[in-house]
Design a binder for this molecule. Sequence first.
Ligand code: AMP
Length: 217
Amino acid sequence: MRIVLFGPPGVGKGTQAALLYERDGLKHISTGDLLREAIRNQTPLGLEARKYIDKGQLAPTELVLELLKPALAKLGYDNFTLDGFPRTVDQAEWLTDYLAEHDAPLDAVISIRVPIGAVVDRLSKRRIHKLTGESYHLETKPPPPDIDPDLIIQRPDDQPDAIRKRMEVYRDETLPVINYYRGTGLYYEVDGLGDFEEVYARIKAVLEQAKRAGRVA
Ligand code: AMP
């Protein structure tokens, strides 16, 4: 099964992708995580990408593809949830062509919808573990007290100015991707409000629907 989880920053794509891995065995490919790993390892690609990411801008697509292509190849182009890609119509077109070349078309694109105010609040309260990248939320999933507080940090791109920029980028460059997928018969929407179990149940229902439509093996 090959799915894209789509939605604004902070909507809970990473949380849902982690559940789809634990419970359904779908591997999680997050282009944001791949980029942050490259930054942590201080690779030339990571250092270049950081100039954009910390400001809330999109990283150049060539850099993202350099990380994404091997990640897809490693999984044999199957059994994955893609999170954070595509973020532009050009990336969506690239993905369609690239997966077609590998005889591995998408089965479903699931868009998680929430009001923008709700995601801004989630992003500003998000904290991450500096070494593992594990994500917390100050109110709903606070970092465990036994973790050294110095290791719990706010992502530079979760600072207010960067959040504002990311929302603008989402509205102007990423939202049009929905129109790209609407006509394909692969596009589904789920409500992203409520706790993560409720959202997971909605995603599972959509995957069942896609299966009935004969698109998911
Ligand atoms: P995320 O963790 O998905 O919110 O991604 C964090 C940041 O990484 C984004 O704000 C972008 O700067 C960059 N990024 C992630 N995925 C992409 C992508 N598909 N294209 C361009 N930049 C990306």
